[in-house]
Write a protein that binds this ligand. Sequence first.
Ligand SMILES: Nc1ncnc2c1ncn2[C@@H]1O[C@H](COP(=O)(O)OP(=O)(O)OP(=O)(O)O)[C@@H](O)[C@H]1O
Ligand SMILES: [Zn+2]
Length: 629
Amino acid sequence: MPRDRFLHKSLGTLQNDIQKSRVLMVGAGGIGCELLKNLVLTGFGEIHVVDLDTIDLSNLNRQFLFRHEHIKRPKALVAKESAGPFNPNVTIEAHHANIKDPEFDVSWFQGFNIVFNALDNFEARRHVNRMCVEAEVPLIESGTTGYNGQTQVIVPGKTECYDCTGKETNNKTFPVCTIRSTPSQAIHCIVWAKSYLFAEVFGTSEDDAPDMDNTETSDNAQEVEKLRQEAQALKVLRDSMGSKDFPRMVFDKVFTEDINRLLSMEDMWKNRRKPEPLDFDKLKEEAAANVDPDIAAKDQVVWTRAQNFVVFISSLQRLSVRLEEARTRRDVGNAAAVLSFDKDDRDTLDFVAASANLRSTVFGIDSKSEFDIKQMAGNIIPAIATTNAMTAGLCVLQAFHAMREQRKIKEERNYGKTKMVFLAPYSSDRAIVSEHIRPPRPDCAICGVTRVRIEVDLSRATLKDIVDSLLKTHLAYADDLSVRLQDNDGLLYDADFDDNLEKKLRDLDIKVGSSLEIVDESDEAPRVNVVLRITAKEIAAEELPVTLLEKFEIARKPKSEPAMTNGTTNGTHGTNGHSAVLATNLKRSADEAGLEADIASKRGKVMDGAAKAEGEVIDDDGTINIEDD
Ligand SMILES: Nc1ncnc2c1ncn2[C@@H]1O[C@H](COP(=O)(O)OP(=O)(O)OP(=O)(O)O)[C@@H](O)[C@H]1O
Ligand SMILES: [Zn+2]
């Protein structure tokens, strides 16, 4: 019996398309491993996998294509090696690379029938979304956060895209004074260690920290100013980095002097426990007497004060050496070398854990184990293997729907069967809730734009040919417009900036495949943004070196300018690890949202294993038939 007999019975003629299709999977982490297994077993003919990362010990509990011996090897390559043998009829191409690399351009995306996102960050998701919209390739977007998961089908021009709805980040921020002057919980000390101390000593300034709110009010103005001076003084210490006394200087500054300054503000401690400054020499003595020098490796125990001191000093030294090295390596550019906190970077985590705990000691707050601090500092929401597996399964089912629609002649496609599906076991009545897909939003900067191709004679065309001849004369744009190069988001022209007009496009880094975004800035009924995609052609010298390749209409932007916020149900996209739409703010009830009664009843039928209805039914031989045309 051929291995795919049941698959063929289930999918019908769709299976032929699946076998012939080329698909792209971006991200080979938690969802990616599950998804690749599904894609391979379903028999998608050619599967490309892109992932920039290497395998880490912490991935092994759920990323089942990876084993201990694979640690430090590229995820994309190992995923291919592990999943390839599941099905000899499938070819896997692995790319150990960032999906944002220029080699993965729009024409590369156009080579795929469908793209699957299995990513963990907004930036990459938004990038792939834009590429798919431009390449007009359907995208199955997915994400999970703890027990919640979500799958969204994005069909360019037909459904809303990833950027149609704003994404809320879940980043919690803390008032600067709580973090810097009056911490009362371990998390305050952890944020202080990560976003203030680490940032000032090794990184960029705390002012850039996303979790600290530096807003100045009339109540805190004086204290905020003092804190600024304090930070400045700490920064000055950086000049002594590498010297023998450096660890002591930093310690004395933040655990003794600054605490004494806080103590001098008596009003602050009227209703609070007073902080107690630490003494470097005393702790040094304590540490010499009874601390195991390998204590940093024991990340599940709560370290004593002296143990934290030892880890603080040793991590400060390790990081100083790294920063010094980074400084000497920099031979070009003028940006200062900096280190950034990474929960998986042992040195940075040791430093943050020990500093946070020492500060907790000062303020009488319970210390935490390094393991716990890693979760809190890294905003880690535990990744649940089953949620990933369920979400990856839903991705493939949605891909079937999208592919079926692709087979229909253009006018008949309505994508009505594709759904936005949420796994939300704790925030809705049912574990799986679905919603109908909405159409593209006309004000979306990515999919609500008109895209046209233009032919350009790059040997002579100037920006003026585009702005004056094409846009203003031919397309009747008013003066208030701007032109940006999408590749690098660089402004090329607007009403107040015409320096580039006489320059050749070539000299402005505009080449074949570049896209120019035209924004109508006029107040009166502005047009939607237009993206001009450059193709090259030699054009006779007497003709304009720029021609439109197709006729098109440019719609007007909707009257009100709805902000890109969550007017509807799209939920909250988490930011870390397994970011996704948290289904917590599913606002519509299951019924309203389109959890169709028929699906529920079909499920009933499937479970009975009895009645045949249109859609999913079980055959006598046990095959599940998923409806076909
Ligand atoms: N720009 C990008 N290009 C290619 N791959 C990316 C890009 N951004 C993220 N990824 C990959 O997407 C995957 C997301 O997987 P997942 O959410 O399971 O994260 P993880 O890094 O494996 O685990 P964790 O964050 O929980 O430690 C990762 O393997 C990551 O390397
Ligand atoms: Zn959109």
